[in-house]
Design a protein around this ligand. Structure first.
Ligand code: CP
Ligand code: NVA
Length: 304
Protein backbone atom coordinates (compact mmCIF):
# COMPACT_ATOMS: atom_id res chain seq x y z
CA UNK A 1 0.00 0.00 0.00
CA UNK A 2 1.00 3.62 -0.24
CA UNK A 3 2.66 4.37 3.08
CA UNK A 4 1.24 7.11 5.30
CA UNK A 5 4.23 6.99 7.60
CA UNK A 6 4.81 10.13 9.63
CA UNK A 7 1.65 11.93 8.43
CA UNK A 8 -1.20 13.30 10.54
CA UNK A 9 -4.80 12.10 10.17
CA UNK A 10 -7.07 14.90 11.32
CA UNK A 11 -9.66 14.86 8.53
CA UNK A 12 -10.91 12.37 5.93
CA UNK A 13 -9.64 14.89 3.40
CA UNK A 14 -6.09 14.16 4.57
CA UNK A 15 -6.30 10.94 2.52
CA UNK A 16 -6.08 10.68 -1.22
CA UNK A 17 -8.59 8.37 -2.94
CA UNK A 18 -6.03 5.63 -3.57
CA UNK A 19 -4.67 5.84 -0.01
CA UNK A 20 -8.17 5.34 1.41
CA UNK A 21 -8.77 2.23 -0.69
CA UNK A 22 -5.33 0.87 0.29
CA UNK A 23 -6.17 1.38 3.96
CA UNK A 24 -9.46 -0.48 3.59
CA UNK A 25 -7.69 -3.33 1.84
CA UNK A 26 -5.06 -3.50 4.58
CA UNK A 27 -7.79 -3.51 7.27
CA UNK A 28 -9.47 -6.48 5.60
CA UNK A 29 -6.09 -8.23 5.38
CA UNK A 30 -5.42 -7.62 9.09
CA UNK A 31 -8.93 -8.78 10.02
CA UNK A 32 -8.27 -12.05 8.22
CA UNK A 33 -5.33 -12.53 10.62
CA UNK A 34 -2.72 -12.78 7.89
CA UNK A 35 -0.47 -10.15 9.52
CA UNK A 36 1.21 -10.93 12.85
CA UNK A 37 -0.95 -13.95 13.71
CA UNK A 38 0.94 -14.27 17.03
CA UNK A 39 -0.44 -11.03 18.46
CA UNK A 40 -0.43 -10.99 22.27
CA UNK A 41 -3.68 -11.95 24.00
CA UNK A 42 -5.44 -9.03 25.68
CA UNK A 43 -7.22 -9.06 29.05
CA UNK A 44 -9.77 -6.34 29.83
CA UNK A 45 -10.37 -5.27 33.42
CA UNK A 46 -13.84 -3.81 34.01
CA UNK A 47 -13.93 -2.94 37.70
CA UNK A 48 -16.89 -1.12 39.29
CA UNK A 49 -15.31 -1.43 42.75
CA UNK A 50 -11.88 -0.59 44.13
CA UNK A 51 -9.14 -3.21 43.97
CA UNK A 52 -5.45 -3.54 44.68
CA UNK A 53 -4.65 -7.26 44.74
CA UNK A 54 -7.02 -8.43 42.02
CA UNK A 55 -6.18 -5.62 39.63
CA UNK A 56 -2.41 -5.87 40.04
CA UNK A 57 -2.17 -9.66 40.21
CA UNK A 58 -4.30 -10.11 37.09
CA UNK A 59 -2.25 -7.50 35.25
CA UNK A 60 1.11 -8.96 36.24
CA UNK A 61 -0.10 -12.50 35.50
CA UNK A 62 -1.15 -11.45 32.01
CA UNK A 63 2.14 -9.64 31.35
CA UNK A 64 4.15 -12.63 32.58
CA UNK A 65 2.19 -14.84 30.18
CA UNK A 66 3.19 -12.53 27.33
CA UNK A 67 -0.19 -10.82 27.11
CA UNK A 68 -1.44 -7.27 27.54
CA UNK A 69 -4.04 -5.62 29.80
CA UNK A 70 -6.53 -2.81 29.20
CA UNK A 71 -8.08 -1.05 32.19
CA UNK A 72 -11.71 -0.37 31.25
CA UNK A 73 -12.54 2.05 34.02
CA UNK A 74 -16.37 2.37 33.95
CA UNK A 75 -16.12 6.08 34.70
CA UNK A 76 -14.17 6.63 31.48
CA UNK A 77 -15.96 4.14 29.25
CA UNK A 78 -19.48 4.46 27.84
CA UNK A 79 -20.85 1.73 30.10
CA UNK A 80 -20.50 4.19 32.98
CA UNK A 81 -22.80 6.59 31.04
CA UNK A 82 -25.48 3.98 30.65
CA UNK A 83 -24.59 2.08 27.46
CA UNK A 84 -26.45 -1.21 27.90
CA UNK A 85 -24.39 -4.10 29.25
CA UNK A 86 -25.50 -6.35 26.40
CA UNK A 87 -24.08 -3.89 23.86
CA UNK A 88 -20.86 -3.33 25.80
CA UNK A 89 -20.41 -7.07 26.20
CA UNK A 90 -20.83 -7.74 22.48
CA UNK A 91 -18.36 -5.00 21.57
CA UNK A 92 -15.70 -5.92 24.13
CA UNK A 93 -15.89 -9.51 22.97
CA UNK A 94 -14.87 -8.35 19.49
CA UNK A 95 -11.65 -6.72 20.79
CA UNK A 96 -10.50 -8.69 23.81
CA UNK A 97 -9.46 -12.28 24.39
CA UNK A 98 -10.62 -12.46 28.03
CA UNK A 99 -12.47 -10.11 30.38
CA UNK A 100 -12.31 -9.88 34.20
CA UNK A 101 -15.17 -7.99 35.84
CA UNK A 102 -15.59 -6.74 39.41
CA UNK A 103 -19.16 -5.68 40.02
CA UNK A 104 -22.14 -5.79 42.37
CA UNK A 105 -24.77 -8.05 40.79
CA UNK A 106 -23.87 -11.56 39.67
CA UNK A 107 -26.49 -11.12 36.92
CA UNK A 108 -24.25 -8.48 35.29
CA UNK A 109 -21.49 -11.08 35.01
CA UNK A 110 -23.96 -13.50 33.51
CA UNK A 111 -24.96 -10.94 30.88
CA UNK A 112 -21.31 -10.45 29.91
CA UNK A 113 -20.72 -14.20 29.85
CA UNK A 114 -23.74 -14.65 27.60
CA UNK A 115 -23.05 -11.86 25.13
CA UNK A 116 -19.27 -11.32 25.04
CA UNK A 117 -18.37 -14.64 23.41
CA UNK A 118 -14.99 -14.68 25.21
CA UNK A 119 -14.12 -16.08 28.67
CA UNK A 120 -15.50 -13.83 31.44
CA UNK A 121 -13.96 -14.04 34.92
CA UNK A 122 -15.66 -13.02 38.16
CA UNK A 123 -13.12 -10.70 39.81
CA UNK A 124 -15.57 -10.29 42.75
CA UNK A 125 -19.30 -9.80 42.88
CA UNK A 126 -21.66 -9.46 45.83
CA UNK A 127 -22.33 -13.19 45.45
CA UNK A 128 -18.87 -14.70 45.01
CA UNK A 129 -15.10 -14.14 44.89
CA UNK A 130 -13.88 -17.32 43.18
CA UNK A 131 -10.42 -16.04 42.13
CA UNK A 132 -9.67 -15.34 45.78
CA UNK A 133 -10.52 -18.90 46.73
CA UNK A 134 -8.17 -20.33 44.07
CA UNK A 135 -5.32 -18.49 45.84
CA UNK A 136 -6.60 -19.52 49.29
CA UNK A 137 -6.66 -23.19 48.36
CA UNK A 138 -3.17 -22.93 46.86
CA UNK A 139 -1.96 -21.39 50.14
CA UNK A 140 -3.56 -24.13 52.23
CA UNK A 141 -2.12 -26.79 49.91
CA UNK A 142 1.37 -25.28 50.31
CA UNK A 143 1.08 -25.52 54.11
CA UNK A 144 -0.62 -28.88 54.53
CA UNK A 145 0.22 -30.63 51.20
CA UNK A 146 -3.18 -32.36 51.06
CA UNK A 147 -6.43 -30.40 51.04
CA UNK A 148 -8.84 -33.29 51.48
CA UNK A 149 -9.81 -33.94 55.07
CA UNK A 150 -8.77 -30.52 56.42
CA UNK A 151 -11.32 -28.27 58.11
CA UNK A 152 -11.64 -24.54 57.42
CA UNK A 153 -13.63 -22.27 59.70
CA UNK A 154 -14.85 -18.98 58.29
CA UNK A 155 -15.87 -16.43 60.91
CA UNK A 156 -17.58 -13.17 59.93
CA UNK A 157 -19.98 -12.00 57.22
CA UNK A 158 -21.63 -14.76 55.21
CA UNK A 159 -21.34 -13.09 51.82
CA UNK A 160 -19.14 -13.34 48.72
CA UNK A 161 -15.92 -14.80 50.17
CA UNK A 162 -17.85 -17.17 52.45
CA UNK A 163 -19.97 -18.32 49.50
CA UNK A 164 -16.97 -19.14 47.32
CA UNK A 165 -15.23 -20.85 50.24
CA UNK A 166 -18.31 -23.03 50.84
CA UNK A 167 -18.21 -24.20 47.24
CA UNK A 168 -14.41 -24.42 46.95
CA UNK A 169 -13.93 -26.42 50.15
CA UNK A 170 -16.67 -28.85 49.18
CA UNK A 171 -15.05 -29.30 45.75
CA UNK A 172 -11.64 -30.21 47.18
CA UNK A 173 -12.96 -32.46 49.95
CA UNK A 174 -12.41 -30.05 52.84
CA UNK A 175 -14.83 -29.62 55.71
CA UNK A 176 -16.14 -26.08 56.13
CA UNK A 177 -17.76 -24.40 59.10
CA UNK A 178 -19.18 -20.91 58.69
CA UNK A 179 -19.98 -18.84 61.78
CA UNK A 180 -21.89 -15.59 61.28
CA UNK A 181 -24.47 -13.50 63.13
CA UNK A 182 -27.96 -14.94 62.53
CA UNK A 183 -28.96 -12.17 60.12
CA UNK A 184 -25.75 -12.42 58.08
CA UNK A 185 -25.68 -16.11 57.21
CA UNK A 186 -24.69 -17.28 53.73
CA UNK A 187 -27.48 -17.63 51.19
CA UNK A 188 -29.28 -20.93 51.64
CA UNK A 189 -29.06 -21.60 47.89
CA UNK A 190 -25.26 -21.49 48.11
CA UNK A 191 -25.19 -23.66 51.24
CA UNK A 192 -27.39 -26.19 49.46
CA UNK A 193 -25.09 -26.09 46.43
CA UNK A 194 -22.10 -26.79 48.70
CA UNK A 195 -23.98 -29.62 50.42
CA UNK A 196 -24.82 -31.12 47.04
CA UNK A 197 -21.14 -31.02 46.05
CA UNK A 198 -20.05 -32.45 49.41
CA UNK A 199 -22.72 -35.14 49.08
CA UNK A 200 -22.28 -36.17 52.72
CA UNK A 201 -18.58 -36.93 52.25
CA UNK A 202 -17.44 -33.73 54.01
CA UNK A 203 -18.95 -31.38 56.57
CA UNK A 204 -20.83 -28.21 55.58
CA UNK A 205 -21.80 -26.46 58.81
CA UNK A 206 -23.44 -23.05 59.20
CA UNK A 207 -23.69 -21.79 62.76
CA UNK A 208 -23.94 -18.62 64.82
CA UNK A 209 -21.34 -19.95 67.29
CA UNK A 210 -17.75 -18.91 66.43
CA UNK A 211 -16.21 -21.16 69.08
CA UNK A 212 -18.00 -24.23 67.70
CA UNK A 213 -16.80 -23.31 64.22
CA UNK A 214 -13.15 -22.78 65.13
CA UNK A 215 -12.62 -25.65 67.56
CA UNK A 216 -9.91 -28.00 66.26
CA UNK A 217 -9.79 -26.58 62.72
CA UNK A 218 -6.65 -26.21 60.64
CA UNK A 219 -7.59 -22.98 58.85
CA UNK A 220 -9.27 -19.93 60.38
CA UNK A 221 -10.50 -17.38 57.84
CA UNK A 222 -12.14 -13.99 58.13
CA UNK A 223 -13.13 -11.02 55.98
CA UNK A 224 -14.37 -7.47 56.57
CA UNK A 225 -17.67 -6.89 58.38
CA UNK A 226 -18.87 -4.34 55.82
CA UNK A 227 -18.07 -5.14 52.21
CA UNK A 228 -17.65 -2.70 49.35
CA UNK A 229 -21.00 -1.01 48.77
CA UNK A 230 -21.98 -1.41 52.45
CA UNK A 231 -19.74 1.29 53.89
CA UNK A 232 -22.75 3.18 55.28
CA UNK A 233 -23.63 0.13 57.42
CA UNK A 234 -20.13 -0.27 58.88
CA UNK A 235 -20.66 1.39 62.28
CA UNK A 236 -24.01 -0.36 62.90
CA UNK A 237 -22.41 -3.70 62.13
CA UNK A 238 -19.50 -3.45 64.57
CA UNK A 239 -21.45 -4.45 67.73
CA UNK A 240 -23.27 -7.23 65.84
CA UNK A 241 -20.04 -8.76 64.56
CA UNK A 242 -17.84 -8.12 67.63
CA UNK A 243 -18.25 -11.72 68.96
CA UNK A 244 -16.91 -12.91 65.59
CA UNK A 245 -13.56 -11.15 65.82
CA UNK A 246 -10.59 -13.42 65.06
CA UNK A 247 -8.39 -12.72 68.08
CA UNK A 248 -5.86 -14.79 70.04
CA UNK A 249 -8.54 -16.16 72.35
CA UNK A 250 -10.59 -17.52 69.46
CA UNK A 251 -7.50 -18.78 67.64
CA UNK A 252 -6.47 -20.74 70.76
CA UNK A 253 -9.46 -23.03 70.11
CA UNK A 254 -8.15 -24.04 66.68
CA UNK A 255 -5.70 -26.85 65.96
CA UNK A 256 -2.24 -25.94 67.40
CA UNK A 257 -0.81 -25.81 63.86
CA UNK A 258 -3.70 -23.78 62.44
CA UNK A 259 -3.10 -21.01 59.95
CA UNK A 260 -5.03 -17.75 59.63
CA UNK A 261 -6.19 -16.40 56.29
CA UNK A 262 -7.81 -13.10 55.30
CA UNK A 263 -8.54 -12.06 51.73
CA UNK A 264 -7.54 -8.45 52.56
CA UNK A 265 -7.92 -5.53 52.83
CA UNK A 266 -8.18 -6.02 56.61
CA UNK A 267 -9.65 -3.74 59.25
CA UNK A 268 -7.34 -4.42 62.18
CA UNK A 269 -9.17 -4.21 65.49
CA UNK A 270 -12.46 -5.18 63.81
CA UNK A 271 -12.66 -8.63 62.17
CA UNK A 272 -9.03 -9.47 63.06
CA UNK A 273 -6.65 -8.20 65.71
CA UNK A 274 -3.24 -6.79 64.99
CA UNK A 275 -1.69 -9.57 67.09
CA UNK A 276 -3.29 -12.29 64.95
CA UNK A 277 -2.64 -10.81 61.51
CA UNK A 278 1.00 -10.10 62.47
CA UNK A 279 1.31 -13.33 64.47
CA UNK A 280 2.97 -16.67 63.62
CA UNK A 281 -0.23 -18.31 62.33
CA UNK A 282 -0.90 -15.59 59.76
CA UNK A 283 -0.35 -16.60 56.13
CA UNK A 284 -2.06 -13.59 54.62
CA UNK A 285 0.97 -12.27 52.70
CA UNK A 286 1.62 -15.63 51.02
CA UNK A 287 -2.11 -15.84 50.38
CA UNK A 288 -2.08 -12.45 48.65
CA UNK A 289 0.99 -13.43 46.58
CA UNK A 290 -0.80 -16.58 45.49
CA UNK A 291 -3.45 -14.48 43.75
CA UNK A 292 -0.80 -13.96 41.08
CA UNK A 293 0.07 -17.63 40.65
CA UNK A 294 -3.49 -18.94 40.82
CA UNK A 295 -4.82 -16.39 38.34
CA UNK A 296 -1.89 -16.96 36.01
CA UNK A 297 -2.90 -20.61 35.94
CA UNK A 298 -6.52 -19.63 35.33
CA UNK A 299 -5.61 -17.30 32.44
CA UNK A 300 -3.21 -19.82 30.91
CA UNK A 301 -5.89 -22.46 31.10
CA UNK A 302 -8.70 -20.28 29.74
CA UNK A 303 -6.57 -18.98 26.87
CA UNK A 304 -4.74 -22.29 26.36
N1 CP B 1 -8.72 -9.67 48.14
C1 CP B 1 -8.97 -8.82 47.12
O1 CP B 1 -9.73 -9.11 46.22
O2 CP B 1 -8.30 -7.65 47.22
P1 CP B 1 -8.55 -6.36 46.30
O3 CP B 1 -9.91 -5.81 46.68
O4 CP B 1 -7.44 -5.42 46.68
O5 CP B 1 -8.50 -6.77 44.88
N1 NVA C 1 -16.13 -9.08 51.14
C1 NVA C 1 -15.20 -8.08 50.66
C2 NVA C 1 -14.08 -8.74 49.95
C3 NVA C 1 -13.02 -7.79 49.43
C4 NVA C 1 -11.92 -8.49 48.70
C5 NVA C 1 -15.94 -7.11 49.77
O1 NVA C 1 -16.80 -7.56 48.98
O2 NVA C 1 -15.69 -5.91 49.84
Amino acid sequence: MEALKGRDFLSMADLKRGELQSLLDLAAHLKAGSFNPRHPKVLGLLFYKASTRTRVSFSVAMYQLGGQVIDLNPSSTQVGRGEPLVDTARILGRYLDVLAIRTFAQQDLEIFARYANIPVINALSDLEHPCQILADLLTIQERFRELAGLTLSYVGDGNNVAHSLLLGCALVGMNIRVATPAEHQPLSAVVQQAEAIAAGRTEVLVTTDPTLAVKGTQVVYTDVWASMGQENLASDRIPVFQPYQVNEELLDLADPGAIVLHCLPAHRGEEITDAVIEGPASCVWDQAENRLHAQKALLASLLD
